[in-house]
Design a protein around this ligand. Structure first.
Ligand SMILES: NC(=O)c1ccc[n+]([C@@H]2O[C@H](COP(=O)([O-])OP(=O)(O)OC[C@H]3O[C@@H](n4cnc5c(N)ncnc54)[C@H](OP(=O)(O)O)[C@@H]3O)[C@@H](O)[C@H]2O)c1
Length: 337
């Protein structure tokens, strides 16, 4: 950018709502000096998420005043701390910042509540990919749906960010995992990531019938639905007796339901809004973070990283997400990484 000092930290900011290429502007931004308990983090990698598209477009549940930095998760190293901070400079961390001070920044100052320590052995790219999607999947599977070993788990959108995390975590929990994806490339990725059975939705006229066939007629005990819309409509038709459907996302639209179906088929519908846990039950998110780090250390889960792009290519990264091309995650890397 013309006139920007070459060593000044930069931030992506939304100045007007729209598609990322129109909405985002890259500009110098000096983070505030850390106050009591706070830390400034030199960001190494940033995870891009589907909700970043919604934020840029003004369609996310939170609508920060313009201009704001989008971005839900980043990883890096503590560069400077304020008085009384619990973490020390040099500590590797995941940053889950509160809007409007989002994660698409090279340097960011956050409170202790927005920081999660990660071990040095974890690559910064893994740290940036292991938070939002995996936390969503973990809280959905365990806290909301009480998935048990030996149960059948169906994941819609199994090749995406949250979906691939749910596939891996379901497998790690001892479930029989069925994933859906569109097209052979994504279907193969679901198999590689641990799904026991995969339904390629391209040209599949009856996905619910396929799930029933794969489960001997019983259906899926737990369904993690990140797609919604038509996917929710067919998925609810193959839920097992006393099954649980986790409503986790709406990439394909918002599903609709006549409630007599819930009664007659005797299942539970549970919602999942991860960000609300920061206010309602932050201790749970810390427990889940520790569990995810342990699962990664044991080799039980490993984020699928589709593409790493330089920090200044945020709009290109987000267009991969909106183009429905991504398997797993897209990351931005800063020059410090
Ligand atoms: N509940 C929470 O707290 C929480 C937290 C994070 C994210 N989310 C939500 O979870 C959803 C998934 O996020 P993500 O980051 O995992 O997204 P993602 O990586 O883009 O994956 C979503 C999947 O949805 C399918 N999809 C995308 N566009 C679609 C369309 N127009 N019609 C039908 N299917 C479509 C794609 O699967 P195929 O192409 O294989 O069909 C894609 O792999 C989003 O709605 C996001 O807002 C919720």
């Amino acid at each position: 950018m013309v006139g920007m000092p070459s060593d000044a930290p930069r931030s992506w900011r939304v100045h007007r709502l729209g598609a990322p290429a129109d909405a985002l502007r890259l500009e110098p931004a000096q983070p505030r000096p850390p106050g009591p308990g706070e830390a400034r983090v030199a960001v190494g990698a940033i995870g891009l998420n589907f909700p970043d598209l919604l934020l840029c477009a003004g369609r996310y549940q939170e609508r920060p005043a313009l201009p704001f930095s989008p971005g839900f998760e980043a990883a890096g190293v503590v560069a400077e701390t304020g008085p009384g901070a619990r973490l020390s400079p040099g500590q590797q961390v995941v940053v889950v910042p509160e809007l409007p001070n989002g994660a698409l920044q090279e340097s960011i100052t956050v409170t202790a509540a927005e920081l999660y320590p990660v071990p040095d052995a974890m690559p910064v790219t893994v740290a940036a990919a292991l938070h939002i999607a995996y936390q969503t999947a973990h809280v959905g599977l365990h806290h909301r749906a009480a998935l048990q070993p030996g149960e059948t788990l169906l994941v819609t959108g199994g090749a995406g960010g949250v979906g691939s995390a749910a596939v891996q975590l379901g497998r790690a929990a001892g479930a029989f995992v069925i994933a859906t994806a569109t097209g052979p490339r994504k279907a193969e990725a679901c198999r590689r990531m641990g799904a026991d059975a995969v339904i390629d939705l391209a040209g599949e006229p009856d996905p619910a019938g396929r799930v029933r066939a794969v489960t001997g007629g019983r259906g899926a005990d737990v369904i993690v639905d990140v797609v919604g819309g038509a996917a929710f409509d067919w998925a609810r038709r193959c839920v097992a007796w006393e099954g649980r459907i986790v409503i986790a996302g709406f990439t394909g639209g918002i599903g609709e339901l006549r409630t007599n179906h819930v009664l007659l088929r005797n299942y539970s519908l549970v919602g999942l809004h991860l960000a609300r846990y920061r206010r309602e039950n932050p201790a749970l998110l810390r427990e889940v973070h520790d569990a995810l780090v342990a699962l990664w250390s044991d080799g039980a889960i490993s984020p699928e990283i589709y593409r790493e792009l330089p920090f200044d290519q945020a709009p290109a990264g987000l267009s991969l997400v909106s183009g429905r091309e991504v398997i797993g995650r897209v990351l931005l890397r800063t020059a410090t990484a």
